[in-house]
Ligand binder design. Sequence first.
Ligand code: SAM
Ligand code: CA
Length: 247
Amino acid sequence: MAPTQAEQQTQASRHQEVGHKSLLQSDKLYQYILETSVYPREPEAMKELRELTAKHPWNLMTTSADEGQFLNMLLKLINAKNTMEIGVYTGYSLLATALALPEDGKILAMDINRENYELGLPVIQKAGVAHKIDFKEGPALPVLDQMIEAGTYHGTFDFIFVDADKDNYINYHKRLIELVKVGGVIGYDNTLWNGSVVAPPDAPLRKYVLYYRDFVLELNKALAADPRIEICQLPVGDGITLCRRIK
Ligand code: SAM
Ligand code: CA
């Protein structure tokens, strides 16, 4: 059945919401994916963490359930063992990662906010995967610089998920390309930035969407031109660009 005009308008306005987690043209289609393939297979702990996070005032920052499922599958497909995450919030993508890794797998997880991480931590502990996580509170960039300087971390990471301050993604990339192993993957999240990457210059965007948009546009161009990586930009969640290091 074709959507009514009112339904089309509601959909159009939902697509302008910052927290809206799908770039699909139809909300019904997104709901269908969630209800058919995602929620029925979502691990109990991830469901608990998702519901706990939904009550938090900054919940629009969380990774969506379909993206969590995607990350979990990807990590298993590439047999990831040593990983990094920049931008943890309450830990939904972190838990998706921790559940996918083998018993001796590792995640170096960084966030400037420990409080939000600790909100989700009991759920991660109950799931029996907290031992895989090394959480560092503080800005990620200086930690990456220390790792580069130490020299022993070069080419050691199988997978790195970047989901933090978008104005630093280019700076992260300069360092992460050395830390990820050849054949390893870096995933940059929110690379379609709420669809704003194609918004006309005078579009009524929220302040923070507008502020970060140019950084996301620059990043997308830089990744597309980087000969050290192969890339694949997927319309999952708010857009994720997978970069496979080839040299
Ligand atoms: N991946 C998370 C999830 O699945 O819920 C969502 C992360 S949220 C979109 C972005 C996070 O980046 C926030 O928790 C914020 O505190 C963190 N952040 C912002 N600037 C940062 C920085 N310079 N270094 C590390 N983390 C940072
Ligand atoms: Ca994100």
